[in-house]
Write a protein that binds this ligand. Structure first.
Ligand SMILES: Nc1ncnc2c1ncn2[C@@H]1O[C@H](COP(=O)(O)OP(=O)(O)OP(=O)(O)O)[C@@H](O)[C@H]1O
Ligand SMILES: [Mg+2]
Length: 302
């Protein structure tokens, strides 16, 4: 697939991969492609930030390269490392064999053969089928020094390995950064990117997502599920359910052959939706029944 020529094309492309994309997000994706700018997506957990990179890669027929961020992530794990154990084995083997060319071995030790390519180097290397999609996932989990390093890597799309030289991306990768906003990412990095806050979907969009992801669910049940989840998100919870939870819950209900929600069914399956005991405790007793009633009233076709 060639690059999408319009915002509608982006929506169609993502829809083809089962990703339901609102106009605002599609616009940012389109502009990112057009201008060659990284996308910076922030939002609550389970709203589809990671999935958009996957859908984009699949839709464009590009390779997806994922850099999962975590506390303490450093350049070695993000860019490249020398395969030290393999180098040691090569040295020992050479020592044991008479007449080995020592100089050639030294060169060989720092060649492609002993290089472990980590995601950033991989993304800068030429790929069959065009520039890959580089997903830098959960950036807020790393620290400021790594962010500064990333800023540089993303500004010139090249990596220098002293022993080998500079590797430059023939065509810049399509970069998607995500954050759950557990901390603010530095302005300098944000400035390079196009920003989008991925919000919880509204009722209609969440229905469309369920239709795409759990097509075997009957529309009547999906309506109840979505209405209930939407209602639940307006409650004062420690952790509101994301789209991932809606999908999980619908699958659980299907597995139990549920055709309509009831307070009992909700109480029994709440673990698919809420992951904190305090939140679950809040919904015990008559609370679930009240929310269900309100959800039904809101979702009733006019
Ligand atoms: N708009 C959407 N269309 C289709 N599926 C979606 C959409 N949004 C979310 N999903 C589904 O919800 C699930 C969670 O999405 P994803 O993992 O991308 O969330 P996330 O925002 O990256 O969450 P986290 O912050 O926890 O990593 C995925 O299985 C995805 O298929
Ligand atoms: Mg994610």
């Amino acid at each position: 697939m060639t690059t999408p020529g319009s915002i509608d094309d982006v929506q169609d492309l993502l829809a083809g991969e089962g990703y339901v994309c609102g106009r605002a997000l599609a616009t940012v994706v389109f502009l990112g492609q057009r201008l060659g700018r990284p996308l910076f997506l922030e939002g609550e957990a389970g709203v589809g930030k990671t999935e958009i990179a996957k859908a984009l890669a699949a839709g464009l027929g590009r390779r997806l390269i994922r850099l999962q961020c975590y506390e303490g992530l450093d350049a070695a794990s993000a860019v490249y490392e020398w395969n030290f154990p393999a180098q040691m084995v090569a040295i020992r083997t050479a020592e044991a064999v008479e007449g080995t060319d020592r100089a050639a071995l030294t060169d060989e030790l720092f060649s492609d053969r002993f290089l472990i390519r980590r995601p950033l180097l991989e993304a800068m290397s030429p790929q069959d089928g065009g520039a890959p999609v580089l997903l830098i996932d959960e950036l807020d989990r790393t620290d400021a020094p790594f962010e500064a390093f990333l800023l540089e890597a993303l500004s010139d799309f090249q990596v220098t390995i002293p022993e080998i030289g500079t590797i430059r991306a023939p065509e810049p990768p399509i970069v998607v950064l995500t954050s759950n906003r557990t901390r603010e990412v530095h302005d300098a990095l944000k400035r390079r990117c196009l920003y989008h806050w991925v919000d919880y979907p509204d009722f209609d969009r969440e229905m469309a997502i369920l239709e795409a992801r759990v097509p075997e669910a009957a529309a009547a049940l999906s309506r109840e599920v979505v209405a209930f989840v939407q209602r639940l998100r307006t409650e004062d919870l420690f952790k509101a359910p994301g789209v991932a939870e809606t999908i999980d819950w619908a699958k659980c209900l299907l597995a139990l052959d549920v055709i309509a929600l009831s307070p009992q069914v909700i109480a029994d399956t709440l673990g698919a939706l809420l992951k904190y005991q305090d939140d679950i405790a809040r919904l015990q007793g008559s609370e679930a029944a009240r929310l269900l009633e309100e959800a039904r009233a809101e979702a009733a076709p006019a």
